[in-house]
Ligand binder design. Structure first.
Ligand code: KG4
Ligand code: ZN
Length: 352
């Protein structure tokens, strides 16, 4: 069953076609990074206008890459939220019109749930990072979602059955990467730039605060860390050279990675029935984070299968993950998703 999906929650205009929830046939992403680099972050109005321009070309390219036409498509999946409302609306309106004109069922997907399903995706015969392990993930799964706007620890007990164990109380991990990059004058988005700079930096040079919150809490907080970086930057005004930036990037990254991986281990201790550990969201592209989690898991007496998305393009925002999530929801109750329907976007964070 082929599902065509659309994702426009922030600054990527994306469309994909995925077969049976896992096999990616097309994954087209028009990134707006260059546009937003000028302002050091996303200006919602600018992002929405760009989505209007890119939506139809991206959809047409997607059908072409997959060698599909509308008759091959069983249903549509669309990101309903959370995200920037002016960006979301371009995707939901487009999907609603197609649902009406082509008489296709329309499946609304929560963006974070989409990220979670990025670990189901692969390309047949393609270069699937992390090997060709194609078996279906086994429940229960413990998931660390780390993105620009969200940061959670989630227990997934079955398809679309989620328990949020912990979440960010202020800045998400990706947001902290972006803000620290901005403080250091490194550009946007911060994650990939900081992780590259960190390679040549000394992570022991700056002692930054690791916030674990109250004993046993699985919540996250990164705003204190950002302020600590700001204070060091202010103290060193006029003396900030490339070495300083690289050392700060490495120290900051190490601190974030330590907190994220430790919280993940704490959650594993609380839920020993877990079979797999997954990493999802933009920050899952971070190699140091993957490395530290792997090291910590290897030291445990019990072995857990550790997955992260099989392509870097599935880590950051994309539509393939929305199609995967859509497939498993649709399969459970196809009649629920009427033909010819329309979806109203939402900024609500709640997982449904
Ligand atoms: O999931 P995503 O594409 O968007 C949201 O849903 O928020 O995540 C984007 C975030 C940005 O904050 C970006 O800086 C971060 O993911 N990111 C990274 C890396 N690549 C992207 N953070 C750390 N290391 C990376 N390699
Ligand atoms: Zn995202």
């Amino acid at each position: 069953m082929k599902i065509l999906s659309i994702e426009t929650s922030c600054d990527e205009t994306a469309a994909a076609i995925v077969e049976d929830g896992r096999k990616v046939l097309a994954n087209v992403i028009a990134s707006q990074i260059d546009l937003h680099a000028k302002t050091g972050g996303v200006v919602p109005e600018v992002a929405a206008r760009e989505h209007v321009l890119k939506m139809m070309p991206v959809l047409n390219e997607c059908l072409e890459v997959a060698g599909s036409d509308w008759d091959d498509i069983e249903a549509l999946a669309i990101t309903k939220g959370p995200g920037l409302i002016s960006s979301l609306i371009i995707g939901t309106e487009t999907a609603s019109v197609i649902s009406y004109v082509k008489a296709k069922p329309l499946i609304p997907i929560q963006h974070i749930v989409g990220h979670i399903y990025s670990n189901w995706l692969y390309v047949e015969g393609g270069a699937n990072e992390g090997g060709e392990v194609m078996n279906e993930p086994e429940f229960p799964i413990l998931i660390l979602t780390v993105s620009g706007g969200h940061n959670e620890l989630i227990l997934m007990e079955g398809h679309h059955k989620f328990k949020v164990l912990g979440e960010t109380r202020d800045d998400a991990a990706g947001e902290a990467f972006d803000k620290v990059a901005r403080l250091l004058g490194l550009g946007y988005p911060g994650g990939p730039i900081i992780s590259k700079m960190a390679l040549s930096g000394d992570s022991a040079r700056f002692k930054l605060p690791k916030t674990f919150l109250e004993k046993g809490s699985l919540d996250f907080s990164f705003s204190g860390l950002k302020t600590a970086v700001l204070n060091v930057v202010k103290k060193n005004e006029g003396k900030i050279d490339e070495k300083f930036k690289a050392d700060m990037a490495a120290s900051f990254q190490e601190t974030v990675v330590e907190v994220l991986s430790e919280k993940l281990m704490m959650a594993l201790m609380k839920f020993p029935q877990v079979k797999e550990v997954h990493l999802a969201g933009g920050v899952s592209a971070n190699k140091r984070l993957r490395e530290i989690i792997s090291e910590k898991l290897e030291k445990l007496p019990r072995k857990f299968l550790f997955r992260h998305p099989k392509s870097f393009s599935y880590c950051t925002d994309n539509a393939a993950m929305i199609a995967a999530a859509g497939y498993y929801l649709y399969r459970s109750a196809p009649k629920k998703f009427k033909k010819k329907t329309n979806i109203i976007p939402t900024t609500s964070f709640e997982i449904w």
